[in-house]
Design a protein. Structure first.
Length: 75
């Protein structure tokens, strides 16, 4: 959300439509005012070779437009 505010303000400053610092900028501004947030994202584990083969077999046996498209793109 902050990035969606920061980018138009930076663009407006570059086009000389506004002056002053960007109040939405994180580094050197908001990082000093707001507490640091911890990471909530946990990466997925990788599949074993057997599980990958099983997944691909199940995918290949699917019917429908989505399965056909995925098969053509190599996904």
């Amino acid at each position: 959300m902050r990035n969606r505010i920061e980018l138009p303000l930076d663009a407006a400053k570059a086009r000389k439509l506004r002056e002053g610092e960007n109040p939405a900028r994180w580094h050197g501004h908001l990082d000093k005012l707001l507490p640091r947030q911890g990471s909530r994202v946990k990466p997925f584990g990788s599949l074993s070779a057997e599980d990958t083969a099983c997944l691909m077999h199940r995918h290949d046996s699917q019917e429908g437009a989505a399965a056909r498209v995925a098969g053509k793109t190599g996904v």
